[in-house]
Design a protein around this ligand. Structure first.
Ligand code: AHR
Length: 497
């Protein structure tokens, strides 16, 4: 196989926000994950675990979506502010009926984002909340003036308003977020979104038309095209910064995190790559109603969803993470890159101890999963310009008609070309070449993540799957020849002349 990477064909910038995360009040994502409390022996800053913050900084996490998910449309933000001893506990009805003590609320979430250095993506409550409640939350978060909510925030210890980059107007409002029909939700959206105001520019002419907060409409599951069509038809583009879509990938068989067949490895690749077809359909509709591509497509929940680990509480969605999960992440990123002119936000579900987590914890122990390492290998793509791949010789087909190799490329502002390659075959090496338009590669370095399809990290063996230097390539006659071992994900940085 011979792939052509020609920088003259560069596409849209790959927004760093497609490398975002999603953290819900679910299982041990928040409590037992980020949040250990100020009095914990586990090193923390104001209750937030420092090893997790460090790990997330290292992969340049650009944003976190919070507090849900389904939890968002049952969350009343005022329960989670003020002195912790006075916060009223609630029952987390979606996720195991456990008591939620509200110790992790608005201030703690914004502190987390500040410690990591990332943007906040807050999801508001449409299903069981009110317009006033949402309006007041925005005022509390973002008003630097003398409004009642700004004063309340100051009383609770925070003088300066925060920045909120993204705000979701509900979540899955066709399901757990209120079982609404698309037309009904579109009307609700228009009303709620009107009050998600831009406090920063207040006083300027037409200030309400240019909200700094990017308002995201609650979207469909990937297969529900009608939802997207109705929302795009019914909601003016000027009122909508983004439209969400959720893309969960099935493993093709009943399996939990680590016990599955090789068939499931391939089925996961098939199911991940199939998402492109659906994503394209959402994009076609958006292109029709918004040809200038002002509204971003936000894949704000995505990832592999398998059975819970045996013995863990059913409502906690705790799953182990293997090379199969890493494969899913790598292929999904390649799709996001390809549509970087429209997909400008995405959030992996979910950061810690839930679904396709990047981090697992057990008491004071913390491990990074294979999926974490994909985010690490791929971070060079953040804010780089997408370069579409063309083929001088296409990769041969393997099991289930999959391509042997999947490749994505980008070029950053310094002219470095980032290339990520996935060998989808679980049993055969992939041998091929990278050809560069007019440029000649002069220097390259690479890292590789590989192992058996079920390979994973445990608390006793935390670095079983971890990136190593990739040596399986050579620069020759103006091209790069590569030899990838089976079941491998590689990232390369190439300098050209
Ligand atoms: O990520 C778990 C759940 O999946 C979310 O709460 C919901 O939005 C989706 O159905």
């Amino acid at each position: 196989m011979k792939a052509i990477i020609d920088v003259r064909n560069r596409g849209a910038k790959i927004d760093r926000h497609v490398y975002g995360h999603f953290s819900e009040h679910l299982g041990r994502c928040i409590y037992g994950g980020y949040w250990v409390g100020e009095d914990s022996k586990i090193p923390n800053v104001r209750g937030i675990r420092s090893d997790i913050v460090e790990a997330m900084k290292a992969i340049k996490v650009p944003n976190i979506r919070w507090p849900g998910g389904c939890f968002a449309d049952d969350y009343h933000w005022m329960d989670g502010i003020g002195p912790k001893t006075e916060r009223i506990p609630i029952v987390n009805v979606h996720w195991g009926g456990v008591l939620e003590n509200n110790h992790f609320g608005t201030h703690e979430f914004m502190d987390l984002c500040e410690q990591i250095g990332c943007e906040a993506y807050i999801c508001g409550n449409v299903g069981s909340g009110t317009v006033r409640e949402m309006r007041d939350w925005i005022e509390y978060l973002t008003d630097d003036g003398q409004s009642p909510m700004a004063q309340l925030r100051r009383k609770n210890g925070r003088d300066k308003a925060w920045n909120v980059k993204f705000f979701g107007i509900g979540n899955e409002n066709w399901g757990c977020g209120g079982y609404m029909e698309a037309e009904y939700y579109a009307h609700e959206y228009r009303r709620y979104a009107t009050y998600v105001r831009n406090y920063k520019d207040m006083g300027k002419t037409d200030w309400w038309k240019t909200p700094q907060i990017i308002r995201i409409a609650g979207g469909a599951n990937a297969e529900n095209i009608e939802w997207t069509e109705t929302l795009m038809r019914k909601i003016p583009v000027s009122l909508m910064g983004g439209l969400s879509v959720h893309c969960y990938v099935g493993p093709g068989e009943e399996s939990h995190g680590t016990v599955f067949t090789e068939k499931s490895w391939y089925a996961t690749a098939v199911n991940a790559l199939k998402k492109e077809k659906w994503i394209k359909q959402h994009i076609n509709i958006m292109d029709y109603y918004d040809p200038e591509k002002k509204v971003i497509l936000a894949v704000d929940e995505w990832g592999i969803w398998v059975n819970n680990e045996p013995g863990t509480p059913p409502g906690y969605l705790y799953q182990q993470n293997t090379m199969r999960s890493a494969l899913c992440a790598a292929l999904m990123f390649h799709i996001f890159h390809k549509y970087s002119d429209r997909i400008r936000l995405a959030n992996l579900a979910q950061t810690i101890n839930v679904l396709q987590a990047i981090i697992l914890t057990e008491g004071e122990k913390m491990i990074k999963t294979p999926t974490y390492h994909v985010f690490d290998l791929y971070k060079g793509h953040q804010d780089a310009d997408f370069i579409p791949i063309t083929w001088e010789e296409e990769p041969e087909k393997i099991e289930q008609s999959l391509p042997h190799v999947d490749i994505s490329a980008s070029i950053n502002s310094q002219g470095t070309i980032n290339i990520t390659l996935v060998n989808i075959s679980a049993s055969n090496n992939a041998i091929g070449s990278l050809i560069f338009g007019r440029e000649t590669p002069v220097k390259a370095a690479g890292r590789i993540l590989h192992g058996e399809v079920t390979a994973h990290n445990t608390f006793d063996n935390p670095d079983n799957v971890a990136p190593e230097e990739f040596k399986g390539f050579g620069i020759k006659d103006g091209k790069i020849d590569f030899d990838l071992p089976p079941c491998a994900i590689v990232s390369m940085e190439v300098e050209t002349a």
